[in-house]
Design a protein around this ligand. Structure first.
Ligand code: PLP
Length: 486
């Protein structure tokens, strides 16, 4: 029986998400003064990845490894079977993968990008093309590292920030056919489709679309690889938005999606509220081709670079993905924040997706050119005035092209991640309040420039600085409006 919070009505008529869990372990947070927040920004190169959590109030950087774990996950971790080889924890992990994802053969890896490394190492040759709905930073970095190139094949609607389209993560089927015709099937080692497409605002694909992709892949004998890191939420949105599946269970929807892919990989940090990752398939030949790479890059085949405790948490977390009361919590809180910000005029990605609320820095900081990284600037400004740490998902997160030129992102977004069952509604209201204030004072935000730019995945450790004294001006206005409030 469906048991999500939409079934619970408030007498007042209010439409707010209600938690179907209780908090039993808590962690104290600190909101440090705004002057300290500015110092922290300077110390961290105006890059929210480089902030220390002692300076962060609400950590909305990511949901990766930060979703709340359940009592059952923590309990299972205590009974893990410590063994280099043949661990029973791994047997439980295999069983969960077979039950939930419907795949018999499992290769454990220490996190999602390790799976990307192994798949790229095995399949990518120089000059190959990998068509995908949209790239994810680490997926693209591994493909290009092995000499491949990506082609992003979304429908135009996906790039429309404010939209009502239910499935902006759909792969453009006509463009996929054209891409195969242009490059030749033999030059395409696999098609990659990502559940709940991260970098365009956590937007799902429909099963109807996935079936279309499968048909084309089969016709041209190309493998279909599913990045299932955010599969649970994609499945939940399929249930909400795709007529055919409105009465299906999460288990049925998830199996329907994984059945269509030859190879499924995932970051367990996201999928199962734990750590680690995995690659799974029912194709024995593919499994045998990838298998030797696990001991080479990760560790023995029954732990893959993870502790057995993490493996137990993945196994339990995979089953919990099927629980609607768990999986709906993050998207419902995101929808709440998206609607609240929209009602104040703050431009955000719609429809609300998964992972977080995505604020449109291109519009908020329309006065900052892309050469000065508007999304990075908005992330820094928002931390400064609220202590809330979001993540830049714009041009700083892009990588330079093969000639060393900047490639500007299609969207400049500030992502405010809402991990599962971590924040309370009053904390979400605080985010709404401070973002509304910042929006009303947006002209005070200025641009950034790189002072240290790493060659690969520069957004992680890159260092930037403000191109004027805009942070001081923002602080002055904050003091004027909030007095001595933190
Ligand atoms: C869609 C997607 N794929 C792959 C990854 C990489 O996973 P990990 O961070 O575990 O290496 C992520 C991480 O955020 C992701 O969102």
């Amino acid at each position: 029986m469906s048991n999500n919070t939409e079934k619970i009505k408030f007498y007042s008529g209010e439409n707010i998400p209600l938690e179907l869990h209780k908090v039993r372990i808590v962690q104290k947070l600190h909101l440090v003064p705004i002057e300290r927040r500015l110092e922290a920004l300077h110390e961290g190169g105006f890059n929210t990845f480089r902030l220390d959590t002692k300076d962060v109030f609400l950590d909305m950087l990511t949901d990766s490894g930060t979703n709340a774990m359940s009592d059952k996950q923590l309990g299972a971790m205590m009974s893990a079977d410590d063994a280099y080889a043949g661990s029973q924890s791994f047997v439980r992990y295999q069983k969960a993968v077979e039950d939930v994802l419907g795949k018999k053969h499992l290769l454990p890896v220490h996190q999602g990008r390790a799976a990307e490394n192994i798949i790229s190492h095995a399949f990518i040759r120089k000059g190959n093309i990998v068509p995908m709905n949209y790239h994810f930073t680490t997926a693209m970095a591994h493909i290009t590292q092995y000499g491949g190139k990506i082609e992003e094949l979304l429908y135009d609607e996906a790039y429309v920030i404010s939209s009502k389209h239910p499935f902006k993560g759909n792969m453009n089927l006509e463009k996929l056919e054209e891409c195969i015709k242009k490059h030749g099937a033999s030059n395409i080692p696999y098609i990659r489709i990502e559940a709940s497409t991260n970098l365009i605002g956590g937007q799902p694909f429909s099963i109807e679309n996935l079936r279309g992709v499968r048909e084309i892949a089969t016709k041209h004998k190309i493998r279909l690889v599913l990045d299932a890191s955010l599969l649970g939420e994609n499945a939940w949105l399929v249930k909400q938005r795709e007529e055919e599946f409105k009465n299906s269970s999460m288990a049925e929807i998830i199996l329907c999606m994984t059945d269509l892919a030859d190879l499924v990989y995932f970051s367990a940090r996201k999928l199962s509220s734990s750590r680690g990752g995995g690659i799974c398939t029912n194709d024995y030949a593919i499994f045998k081709e990838l298998e030797p790479l696990v001991p080479l890059f990760e560790g023995f085949l029954t732990y893959g670079g993870m502790s057995v405790r993490e493996i137990e948490a993945i196994a339990v977390g995979l089953y919990e993905t099927l629980d609607e009361t768990m999986i709906c919590q993050s998207p419902q809180f995101i929808e709440y924040l998206v609607k609240a910000l929209e009602s104040k005029g703050v431009p955000v990605v719609t429809p609300a997706g998964v992972l977080g609320c995505h604020v449109d820095a291109m519009r908020i900081c329309a006065h900052i050119p892309q050469t000065q990284y508007p999304a990075g600037a908005l992330a820094a400004a928002f931390f400064l005035i609220s202590g809330v740490r979001g993540m830049e998902r714009g041009s700083v997160s892009n990588q330079r092209d093969e000639y060393g030129n900047e490639t500007y992102a299609d969207m400049e977004l500030l992502r405010l991640a809402i991990p599962r069952r971590v924040f309370t509604l009053s904390q979400i209201k605080y985010v709404e309040d401070r973002m509304t204030w910042l929006y009303e004072n947006r002209e005070l935000i200025g641009g950034l420039k790189f002072v240290y730019e790493p060659p690969v995945l520069r957004f992680f450790m890159g260092g930037l600085e403000p191109i004027s004294d805009w942070p001081e001006k923002l602080i002055a206005k904050f003091k004027e409006d909030f007095g001595d409030s933190l």
